[in-house]
Design a protein around this ligand. Sequence first.
Ligand SMILES: [Zn+2]
Length: 258
Amino acid sequence: MAEQPAGIVYSPASGTHHARPGRASGFCYLNAPVLGILALLDSGIDRVLYVDLDAHHGDGVEDAFADDDRVLTLSVHEDGRWPFTGKAEDRPDAMAVNLPVPPAFNDTEMDYLLETVILPMGRAFHPQALVIQTGADALAEDPLSRLELSNGALWRAVRALMGLAPRLMVVGGGGYNPWSVGRCWAGIWAVLNGIDPAVPPTPEAEGVLRSLSWSRAAGRNPPEHWFTTLADAPRPGPLRDEVRRVAAAAITKMVRTG
Ligand SMILES: [Zn+2]
């Protein structure tokens, strides 16, 4: 099990990664991850790793720190989706690594990017603080992306990353299916506390899940497991060449920029 950081902040409502200094963007008014990282830098920390697992590119955070060597930003997001930035070849000299992934991105592919790119780069950076954006919109049951992760893939990522730095800030992000958001982020809470999230919800938690409503078609007849489990069924799949290419491009970039 990964080493437990000395200090952990978990703020599920604070993953507003699109907002800019002068304007709101993409459902985000203030950029909480940027403000959190600035607070860390102001306190004297000078190496912050930001890992963004939302289905959309973490453009506001990347823009804030692209020219700041103290912050390395890493974003996994669906290629060709709004805001249409975050290509692998963008900003060749910036401290920003982008992993744009194809539709149907699966658990096997997320694990691969974690092991081959995210963890090695994170370790090599020797961060004093780590910020993880855990948007739940890359999950298969989310309507705003075509990515197909299970919540277990995000939990594994958080568990693997959390030992990389002595200070950890975890924020939420997007997520537009209320059941998958609630189950995913409750599970992250468990992971951060060293508890296995793959257990049945308590009766109180099940009551909360049964009380939710959602106006989309998928919300009219929610499947029973959205009430009675926190863990999704795993969603393994093929490791496709597009994902291998994205990983190779990221590694090449980091070798070049040092
Ligand atoms: Zn998103």
